[in-house]
Design a binder for this molecule. Structure first.
Ligand code: NAD
Length: 558
């Protein structure tokens, strides 16, 4: 993969590629190497005098970045530092992030990105990505063409209405597409020039932002109904015209729009919704690998969800698909394994207030309003928290799960950390160390009865970068359920006994690149098997996938 570059007047031809020159080069984040430009490069590229004389290696530059990073007194300051680096020197940014993924992920993504979004207009320095507002209606294709790179392969788009568990942040939600695309590159090596973050500004209901002078989105109420659909339809059609080979990843849309938008595009465009399908794959992978501790098959377990929104129903649907595939159950029988409690209570047949996406799971059972009572009646082996409501897995609830099961599966997936249904420490303490625990945001290791547990994070970043790389590798025309199933299975297979011994049902984040590459191979294999792949199958798919992965090592210009 070579970086694409549109020429400017101030440039120098080196070999076949034209690079910007002098100050323009130092201000171009794609090509800038800062103090690492060699004396020869400085001479040829007009950099003499513009840099201090001593040449640094990339390792020395990383040392400088980390020294500053460690001096910062808050995670938000660390976020600002990293984004500023990304705007100055992309190669160094990715070197730092890839070499310190475990440290960087909670800064670039949940939980810190949540705070960064809340304050986005206040910490804003340089624009990144495309903002497409209602004012651009009728002209969206033209706006897309303003993006400097034409071979875009992954677009992450939000309308900012349901950012993490933080609600409507309007255009301040842009931090999410930016963060997710950084992870596409850091985890799966998708070239930064292939990545485009987009925010659709369709207004906001955030009262604070409507009055905030530093809020830079439209200060209008959100549009709804047909007007909203027309705007989104124009956007999707424009993307397909301008960026023909791009995946469209829907991100943090509120569930009143998310399911409808996804259902209207998923069979026509190469697209997916990460909150629904990416979350599903990472959670199902967690369930698959927890079987190594609990025993039994997917069909032997009973899953009770707290929350029946995008994440909950997405996980339920992929679990059902997986149970049918692996255990041969009928659709109806597989759905009987999944139970949901929403803000009103247990999702059952007698309810008349159920949104379309929940109705498949409305079982013939008495209505129960209380989660604890639902546990006692249904006797689940796993509870999965995706309610966005903090500390809903109380001590009596977790203790009941521990009474019912030798190894209760407890997933507290709500983000950010402050919204998790329980903490790792609570899950282990209240089950006397028997819980199989995973969370959405990271928790530090905790010790119970002399044993230290390293709680696994059901981070979507285990899945979406590998999906993206796999789709690019085989040039898939669509992304189907089979690909998400393949990605979940591949992720679960990569959990090694050493992970399980530490209480972790996901691989270590330090193995992210190899994990993403393996997922990409599984996804591309699925694409070839179902004939969704448009590219010819390479003789060596593994080598092909690896050859596509961006390496943030400086290239020599001369
Ligand atoms: P959503 O708004 O679509 O759904 C929330 C659901 O929770 C709704 O069904 C609602 O009725 C229910 N709910 C609200 N209050 C409740 C209560 N008191 N008791 C029971 N149910 C209640 O949101 P979503 O997209 O499904 O996301 C939910 C949470 O999951 C968020 O915090 C999000 O950050 C998290 N999430 C985690 C991951 C991950 O861990 N990888 C991925 C995606 C989403």
């Amino acid at each position: 993969m070579t970086a694409e570059y549109e020429s400017t007047a101030n440039e120098t031809p080196v070999g076949k590629t034209k690079y910007p020159k002098g100050m323009a080069l130092l201000q171009n984040p794609v090509y800038n190497k800062g103090t690492a430009f060699t004396p020869k490069e400085r001479e040829l590229l007009g950099l003499q005098g513009l840099l201090p004389p001593e040449v640094n290696t990339q390792e020395e530059q990383v040392m400088r970045v980390m020294e500053n990073f460690n001096k910062k007194t808050s995670d938000l300051e660390r976020y600002v530092q990293l984004i500023a680096l990304q705007d100055r020197n992309e190669t160094l940014f990715y070197r730092v992030v890839m070499d310190n993924l475990e440290t960087m992920m909670p800064i670039l993504y949940t939980p810190t990105v949540g705070q960064a979004c809340q304050e986005f207009g206040h910490i804003f320095r340089r624009p990144r990505g495309l903002y497409i507002s209602l004012k651009d209606k009728g002209n969206i294709a033209k706006v897309l063409k303003n993006w400097p790179h034409r071979d875009v392969r992954v677009i992450v788009v939000t309308d900012g209405e349901r950012i993490l568990g933080l609600g409507d942040l309007g255009v301040f939600g842009m931090g999410i597409p930016i963060g997710k695309l950084s992870l596409y590159t850091a985890c799966a090596g998708i070239h930064p020039n292939y990545c485009l973050p987009i925010t659709l500004d369709v207004g906001t209901e955030n009262e604070g932002y409507l009055k905030d002078p530093l809020y830079f989105g439209l200060k209008e109420r959100r549009i709804r109904g047909a007007e909203y659909d027309e705007f989104v339809d124009e956007f999707i059609a424009a993307v397909k015209k301008v960026f023909k080979h791009s995946i469209i990843q829907l991100e943090d849309f509120a569930n009143i729009n998310a399911f409808r938008v996804l259902n209207s595009i998923k069979n026509k465009f190469c697209s997916f919704d990460d909150d629904i399908q990416g979350t599903a794959a990472v959670a199902v992978a967690g369930v698959m690998s927890s079987l190594k501790i609990t025993g039994g098959t997917l069909a032997d377990h009973k899953y009770l969800f707290l929350g029946a929104g995008e994440a909950g129903i997405g996980i339920g649907d992929l679990l059902v698909y997986s149970i049918m595939k692996e255990n041969g159950l009928s659709l109806e029988a597989a759905r009987q394994r999944c139970w949901f409690v929403d803000s009103k209570g247990l999702v059952v047949k007698s309810r008349t207030d159920l949104a379309e996406h929940k109705r498949h799971y409305a079982h013939d059972f008495p209505f129960i309003t209380d989660f604890q009572a639902a546990i006692e009646a249904i006797k689940p082996t796993a509870i999965i928290g995706v309610s966005g409501k903090a500390r809903m897995f109380t001590q009596p609830i977790v203790e009941t799960m521990a009474k019912l099961n030798p190894h209760p599966v407890i997933f507290a997936l709500s983000n950010p950390t402050s919204k998790a249904e329980c903490t790792a420490e609570q899950a282990y303490t209240w089950t006397e160390g028997r819980a199989v625990f995973a969370s959405g945001s990271p928790f530090p290791p905790c010790t119970y009865n002399g044993k230290t547990y390293y709680p696994g994070q059901g981070n979507n970043a285990y899945i979406f970068p590998g999906i993206g790389l796999g789709v690019i590798a085989c040039d898939a025309k669509l992304i189907d359920d089979e690909m998400f199933y393949a990605s979940a299975k591949s992720l679960a297979e990569q959990v090694i006994p050493e992970d399980l011994a530490l209480g972790r049902i996901y691989p270590a984040l330090t193995r992210m690149r190899e994990v993403s590459a393996a997922i990409a191979v599984a996804v591309a294999e699925s694409g070839y098997a179902t004939k969704l792949a448009r590219a010819e199958r390479p003789a060596d798919l593994v080598a092909h996938v690896k050859s596509l992965m961006y390496d943030p090592t400086y290239q020599a210009y001369v």
